[in-house]
Design a protein around this ligand. Structure first.
Ligand code: ADP
Ligand code: MG
Length: 628
């Protein structure tokens, strides 16, 4: 709606110009407050803005020009926006309150009438009326125009309102659309992010692809190289196959030769055994070696003399002082000869060199028995077991070493060997297992049994399969330990017991269906010394009797064998009963007689040499190998 006030006609008609201006002033003030300054439009007169505000306000009519209203009296206000109508011809100049009261607007050049000039006054009034009428008409017209304008405005306003409504609707539509679009925007961003990720992935894949391509290229080159190599190899292979065929033919002919040579070798081996045995028999199936222990300071005592010419004789010289002192001292010489006499300087190796031939016989299938006889301290254990250092090792470890090595060699000729070791102590005619590892309280008792095949076994005895020298050395150590536990301070048990090491050798040549079986016995006998009757009481007497009887029985058995007596008293002692298969016709026996060089051992030495020479005189009947 138009903010312009519509002037009341009545007021216009009834009020004087001064009244008008007075009435209208506050209205104008009101309007000034309300109205926004407006640009002048189609003004006929522009009033300068330097006019004092108060004067302008006083003169300004309460309405403003209306566009299209056709008024000719519209004036644009100053910058403050004052609007004042200017009548084309009849508009009062100004309602200046300071004007003299008689100066009426619109009455140009009117002068005060004389009080009597009524006609003039009437004319003035009529003129005034005409002016007002004209004014009225113009105002009326203006009002009509304003009404039209208002109506137009109203229509326009309602149109605008419609438009606003439409716009609002559109805005809400747009808002909805915007909202939707913001969702779409989010989706778009999401998609963008995904796109970025995918792009990254793709670039990664591209890189990988490039790497793979390079790899493929290199592999293709490699493949080409390999193909070339393969073709080269194939041609080489065909050539080699041809060579192989040639070689195979060669090999089969060589195999035939090898078989022939094996036969020859076997025949040679058998011949060697035969000859070896012949030599051993010629040397005697019972051999006695004498070994003299060095004195503690390493020298040799005067009463023992060794022949310079050979290494087979020994002489003991005994000087008897004259009892009266008047006659010269008499010297008694005792001569003995054995298969070998080893002086105090003989090394363990020299000793073994002589025995090794018998050890070979054991591997060839003959039973072999080796004894060490002599008084305590004469060097029996040293000879049989020796010490742990290589040079001082005794007969047992050296024999075992030789047997294992020879067994290995023979395996190339088709021989397979198994070795079983046992170690037994005979004390007071009781057997004790020296390889026993169980509790002392649960030590079993042993008995010597003869099997149906005439093999001798001991019940509950440890028979240990051995494959290496070290194993055997371990067993020797174990036996030593077992012996020392049974020994007390007052009882040097080892010197009063026999210890018997037995190695059972079983060989088989499957290709030739030959088997052989033999036993190597290495015996460290109890001390041969005889005790003074006064010393031999109680336990010692029992020991002494059992030692004496078993040693003398050994002598008897060997002599009976030599004399080919019908009855051989093996059963008379545990020792001979245990060794019955290793003594006699089928065996080779070696006896070491160990002697102490000290002059106070003279008596024992003489006894030992006498016993040994008795054995040495025996010749056991021709031995035959235990071949089956
Ligand atoms: P047995 O067993 O006859 O009682 P041993 O073998 O125990 O005697 O010897 C007694 C001591 O003499 C030991 O200390 C031993 O080392 C030493 N012995 C024995 N024979 C020899 C030898 N031929 N050379 C060096 N020392 C020896
Ligand atoms: Mg000993």
């Amino acid at each position: 709606m138009s903010r312009l006030p519509v002037m009341s006609l009545k007021r216009v008609l009834t009020s004087s110009s001064s009244e008008n201006s007075q009435d209208m002033a506050p209205l104008q003030k009101r309007m000034r407050k309300d109205q926004e300054p407006r640009k002048p439009q189609a003004a006929a007169t522009i009033i300068g803005d330097k006019r004092p505000a108060t004067a302008a306000a006083a003169r300004a009519p309460p309405y403003r020009p209306i566009r299209g209203a056709g008024a000719a009296t519209v004036a644009a206000g100053p910058s403050r926006g004052f609007v004042r109508p200017v009548a084309a011809s009849t508009a009062p100049k100004a309602a200046n309150s300071k004007q003299p009261a008689g100066a009426k607007p619109g009455v140009t050049g009117a002068t005060r009438r004389k009080p009597w000039d009524l006609k003039g006054k009437v004319n003035d009034m009529e003129g005034k009326i005409r002016t007002y009428q004209t004014k009225y008409r113009s105002v009326n017209e203006e009002n009509e125009a304003l009404k039209d304008s208002v109506a137009q405005r109203q229509t326009k306003v309602s149109e605008l309102e419609q438009e606003v409504k439409g716009q609002k609707r559109k805005i809400s539509e747009y808002e909805a659309e915007l909202q939707m679009l913001s969702g779409v925007q989010n989706q778009l961003e999401e998609v963008q992010r995904e796109k970025n990720v995918l792009q990254k992935e793709m670039s990664n894949l591209e890189q990988k692809y490039k790497v793979m391509e390079t790899l493929r290229d290199s592999q293709e080159t490699e493949l080409q190289t390999l193909k070339m190599k393969l073709s080269v190899q194939e041609s080489t292979m065909t050539r080699l196959q041809a060579t192989l065929r040639d070689r195979e033919e060669e090999v089969s002919s060589l195999k035939e030769t090898v078989a022939e040579q094996r036969d020859e070798l076997h025949a040679g081996e058998m011949e060697r055994r035969r000859l070896h045995n012949t030599i051993q028999e010629l040397k005697g199936n019972i051999r006695v070696f004498c070994r003299i222990r060095p004195l503690e300071d390493g020298g040799l005592s005067k009463h023992i003399q060794l022949a310079a010419s050979d290494n087979k004789s020994i002489m003991l010289a005994k000087t008897e002082e004259s009892h009266t002192g008047k006659t010269a001292d008499t010297q008694k010489n005792y001569h003995f000869s054995f298969d070998r006499v080893f002086g105090p300087l003989a090394s363990q190796q020299e000793i073994f060199d002589e025995i090794s031939l018998l050890v070979q016989s054991a591997l060839d299938g003959y039973n072999v028995c080796c004894f060490a006889y002599g008084q305590t301290g004469s060097g029996k254990t040293y000879t049989m077991e020796g010490e742990e250092v290589d040079d001082t090792r005794g007969v047992i470890p050296r024999a075992v070493q030789q047997i294992f090595r020879a067994g290995d060699k023979l395996s190339s000729q088709g021989w397979e060997f198994t070795f079983t070791a046992s170690f037994v102590e005979i004390y007071n005619e009781t057997l004790r297992d020296l390889l026993y590892t169980g509790k002392a309280s649960k030590r079993p008792e042993h008995e010597i049994r003869k099997t149906a095949s005439s093999d001798v076994t001991v019940t509950n005895l440890t028979y240990q399969k051995v494959h290496t020298e070290d194993q055997v050395l371990g067993l020797i150590a174990l036996a030593k330990e077992n012996r020392s536990t049974a020994q007390t301070a007052v009882n040097d048990r080892s010197s009063r017991s026999h210890s018997v090491f037995q190695l059972q050798i079983e060989g088989a040549n499957a290709g030739r269906d030959i088997k052989c079986k033999s036993t190597l016995c290495l015996v460290d006998l109890a001390g041969s010394e005889r005790m003074m009757k006064s010393q031999s009481q109680g336990e010692r007497f029992k020991e002494m009797t059992s030692i004496n009887s078993s040693l003398s029985n050994l002598g008897i058995v060997i002599t009976s064998l030599a004399n080919k007596e019908s009855h051989i008293p093996y059963r008379n002692s545990k020792l001979t009963y245990l060794l019955q298969n290793c003594l006699g016709g089928n065996s080779k026996t070696l006896m070491f007689v160990n002697i102490s060089p000290e002059s106070d051992s003279f008596g024992e030495t003489l006894n030992s040499l006498r016993f040994a020479s008795k054995v040495n005189d025996c010749v056991i009947g021709t031995a035959s190998s235990n071949k089956k």
